[in-house]
Design a protein around this ligand. Structure first.
Ligand code: UD1
Ligand code: UDP
Length: 366
């Protein structure tokens, strides 16, 4: 059976590489890896960390790319590859424009699509943008659904999708087997020299399209206030390579002693940084799944989430993008030990680290 996997951004790669490794272990499966190259350096970091080599890279990334160019470049470039490979199934992941465009391209060739991380929803097509629409459309096109949680499967059921839905857990938990190590030594110089034993470290990431502009300025201003008030706390912010993100972040947060603005770190550094941080402030989807595993409170810098499982468990709190609210919520966690301990629970609603095996089994059983 020929299984054609397509992915193109950092988070997709982090969650697809563990699955690719399991697909490649199975002698009944011929696994092809096609990167769209929606990301470049940030994707290469992940491929290297997992030791996965691609068969194709469509190399579509452009500086400050638009949703239209991402979509059209993938559609144009992947067609000949699909025609040549003639796979039995195309696997896409999550909610990026790579996922949607690749699913659409497979549909045009009448190849069934399997959607890894199917069924996540916020219910608002403009938030996150364009991810909520990407996952709705990808689920509409797909034939096979690998839903991380029962809640995700229920979302699909509400849309009338009940056949070929498998609740598998999230492959991000599988990824920890490859990344989290005792006595880990960081590759990033500023992390290697950071005194995690004697100072509290807050890890920050923010990049979402709907946060670009004023919301991201608000987030950065709140962090600046926190850093000036809590001089003993270290703020580590690996800044996404999107120039629209970097312009804002460096304008507000450069030259503050206890704020470290660093380049994107590889996934090994990131997972081991999570394990050593006291809390996480982020608009990322993946970090909302990862940080609870380590028992680290997460303040979500968005107005909604498609990942309510850890919110219900109490480890993740959605705080929005208002400067005062972000400042207040972080301050509460830094000062109120009881409140911190209530959130700092190891919670893992996302599976037992065997999601990839379940997906492989479901594919073999087709
Ligand atoms: C994309 C996904 C988003 C996902 C995010 C993960 C879409 C529409 N967006 O958003 O769902 O959460 O990836 O990070 O699918 N860049 C580089 N090098 C890189 C990567 C990006 O220079 O390795 C720069 C380029 O200038 C690029 C820009 O970042 O044009 C934006 O990249 P893009 O993939 O369009 O948007 P993301 O915000 O990364
Ligand atoms: N991540 C990483 N290096 C970084 C920042 C994030 O490896 O410098 C990882 C993080 O651990 C998570 C994933 O990238 O697994 C999240 O990616 P991102 O925030 O880009 O996308 P999202 O999750 O929002 O789709």
């Amino acid at each position: 059976m020929k299984v054609f996997t397509v992915f193109g951004t950092r988070p997709e790669a982090i969650k697809m590489c563990p699955l690719v490794l399991k697909l490649k272990e199975n002698k009944d499966i011929d696994c092809v890896v096609c990167l769209t190259g929606q990301h470049k350096e940030m994707l290469a970091q992940v491929m290297e960390a997992f030791g996965v080599k691609e068969d194709y890279n469509l190399e579509i990334m452009k500086d400050r790319q638009t949703l239209t160019t991402i979509t059209t470049s993938i559609l144009e470039k992947i067609e000949s590859v699909l025609k040549q490979e003639k796979p039995d199934i195309v696997l896409v992941h999550g909610d990026t424009t790579t996922s949607y465009a690749a699913a659409l391209a497979a549909f045009y060739q009448q190849i069934p699509v399997g959607h890894v991380e199917a069924g996540l929803r916020t219910g608002d097509i403009y938030s996150p943008f364009p991810e909520e629409m990407n996952r709705l459309l990808t689920d509409r096109i797909s034939t096979y659904y690998y839903a991380p949680t029962k809640m995700n499967a229920d979302n699909l059921l509400r849309e009338g999708i009940s056949d070929n839905v498998f609740v598998t857990g999230n492959t991000v938990i599988d990824a920890f087997q490859y990344t989290v190590k005792d006595g880990y030594v960081f590759s990033d110089e500023s992390l290697r020299t950071m005194d995690f034993d004697n100072s509290r470290v807050i890890t920050i990431t923010a990049h979402r399209r709907e946060n670009l502009g004023q919301p991201l300025r608000n987030i950065c201003s709140a962090i600046k206030r926190l850093a000036l008030e809590y001089k003993d706390v270290r703020f580590v912010y690996p800044v996404h390579l999107n120039p629209a993100v970097r312009d804002t972040v460096f304008a507000v947060l450069s030259d503050i002693d206890n704020v470290k603005l660093i380049n994107p770190i590889d996934v090994l550094d990131m997972h081991n940084l999570l394990a050593r941080s006291c809390m996480i402030m982020t608009d990322s989807g993946g970090l909302q799944e990862e940080a609870p595993h380590f028992g680290k409170p997460v303040l979500v810098l968005r107005t909604e989430t498609e990942r309510p499982e850890a919110v219900e468990a109490g480890t993740v709190k959605v705080v929005g993008v208002d400067e005062d609210v972000i400042f207040r919520e972080a301050k509460l966690l830094l000062e109120d030990e009881n409140r911190y301990n209530l959130m700092a629970k190891a919670v893992n609603p996302y599976g037992d680290g065997h999601a990839s095996e379940r997906i492989v089994e479901a594919i073999i059983n087709i």
